[in-house]
Design a protein around this ligand. Structure first.
Ligand code: TAP
Length: 454
């Protein structure tokens, strides 16, 4: 049996050794999910809602334990990890209200009436990346279960611990056998099998654009339903009329949260030329203030990167001759640490400016006017997120409409809320998660004509 050793990214010490699921074991899990499907679909909506609430309560009761696993296994600061476990609870509660509201329509037509039903799509394969193991699991899991589908989750190989525990909590809360299974293991084995197996009817994939493209091609062979949440290279646009102090104070969080390992990271800061120097003067102390260190400490804001390989990749974007304007702090010694780094001025073809670094590196560039800002913001194959800082409401709305991206915030650095739809334009993805319409992606509309003629 092959295994994977989970290392603590802050200490490089072993946290756990986890068995890797084989292709045969994946097939067996898919068979269990198929066997569970009819009974789960037949659970009365109110009862399914009650089970989801019980599951949410179990997650809530184990918040501290789940947060501890994420601190140890992923290096997330403990305050953030508690929020992440709370997000799983909140998402399960939000979608627990959905089964009782999963209504079809009645449509009068000549000679009769049509009724529509929202039918569960079938077994859902949820493929999760390592950067936010808990929230991204919850965003697919909540609506998929609420719609009456069995779910098989494949956590990232490096970060399986919280998903495994959440799977146990689901069973303890009373979810029937086979309704939610967690299969730790390799993407090339378990993930690929979920994509290839004909009895898996829908894939929800969050990860890199490169693997997402392969998964899309795999799903195409069976016309399998698919949601993709992929990479980003989002712009944080600061106009001269903005509250510059607020914009500069928020900019580090917007890109260095989760050590920059965030698909929504605003890793390009676009600043109107007339206030560029002033903004940089305000940004420097904000970056130097970011508390980087032991993720178990409650005051830590930024922890380590996930692995030695990822550290090497991030570091390759900041070679010795990189145009570093200033940097924050990072601990020395064991652990995969990389100090928050601000690059300026950068050439438009500079790799850290054009590619997703997925680490605490941000490039700052000047722009001339509104049209220039929109042009620069859109000059990327990605379109996931972004921020606009201005006191002019008309400009905020004009620019928000013009930037080709799925989730924007005005005078704020955050754009993900479970009440609202989340997803990307262009190569950042396909479909939307979260929000009130999330169950659309986990149901098929069935349309039935009933003749009323005599
Ligand atoms: P990937 O390498 O793409 O891995 C994501 C998941 O896919 C992992 O569970 C991985 O398993 C699995 N996988 C790999 N190859 C597979 C295959 N051939 N078939 C099926 N599954 C496969 O991404 P990552 O490095 O973990 O995550 C970073 C990327 O995710 C970044 O680009 C980031 O922008 C993106 N991301 C996007 C979002 C949203 S919401 N848009 C959110 C977070 C992250 P293994 O772990 O075993 O390789």
């Amino acid at each position: 049996m092959s295994t994977f050793t989970v290392l603590n990214p802050a200490t490089e010490e072993t946290v756990a050794t986890v068995p890797s699921t084989s292709a045969e074991e994946t097939d067996a899990a898919i068979a269990r999910a198929v066997a569970a499907q009819a009974a789960w679909r037949a659970v009365a909506p109110g009862e399914r809602a009650a089970l989801l609430r019980a599951f949410a309560d179990a997650v809530d009761a184990h918040n501290e334990e789940l947060a501890g696993l994420e601190v140890a296994g992923s290096g997330h600061p403990v305050g953030q990890a508690r929020w992440e476990a709370g997000n799983v609870r909140d998402v399960l509660r939000y979608y627990s209200a959905a089964p009782e509201r999963l209504c079809g329509k009645q449509i009068p037509v000549p000679g009769g009436v049509n009724v529509t039903f929202q039918e569960p799509v079938g077994v859902v394969g949820l493929i999760v990346p390592w950067n936010f193991p808990m929230p991204i699991l919850g965003w697919g899991l909540g609506p998929a279960l609420a719609a009456g589908n069995p779910v098989i989750a494949k956590p990232a190989e490096r970060t399986p611990l919280t998903a495994i525990r959440i799977g146990e909590l689901a069973r303890e809360a009373g979810l029937p056998d086979g309704v939610f299974q967690v299969l730790p293991g390799k993407g090339s084995v378990v993930g690929q099998r979920l994509v290839d197996h004909e009895h898996v009817r829908k894939i929800v994939f969050t990860g890199s654009t490169e693997v997402g493209q392969q998964i899309m091609a795999g799903c195409a062979r069976q016309v399998k339903r698919l949601t993709l949440e992929l990479g980003g290279k989002s712009a944080n646009i600061v106009f001269a009329d903005a509250d510059l102090e607020r914009a500069a104070a928020a900019a580090p969080q917007a890109v260095f949260d989760n050590a920059g390992q965030d698909c929504c990271a605003r890793s390009r800061i676009l600043v109107q030329r007339s206030v560029f120097d002033k903004f940089m003067e305000m940004l420097e102390p904000a970056v130097k203030r970011v508390a980087v260190g032991d993720p178990a400490r409650p005051d830590t804001e930024m922890g380590p990167l996930i692995s030695a390989e990822h550290l090497a990749r991030v570091a390759s974007y900041v070679p010795p001759d990189a145009p570093v304007a200033f940097r924050g702090q990072a601990p020395a010694g064991p652990g995969y640490w990389f100090a928050p780094t601000v690059l300026a001025p950068v050439r438009p073809d500079y790799p850290a400016y054009t590619e997703e670094v997925f680490g605490p590196v941000v490039a700052v560039v000047p722009f001339e006017d509104e049209a220039d800002a929109v042009k620069i913001a859109n000059d990327t194959p990605y379109g996931l997120s972004g921020s606009i800082w201005t006191q002019n409401l008309g400009r905020a709305l004009r620019v928000a409409r013009a930037v080709e991206t799925g989730n924007l915030s005005v005078n704020s650095h955050s754009s993900v809320r479970y009440w609202t739809p989340f997803g990307g334009f262009k190569q950042s993805g396909l479909g939307r998660e979260l929000g009130p319409d999330a169950l659309d992606a986990f149901t098929e509309t069935k349309n039935v004509f009933i003749a009323t003629d005599e």
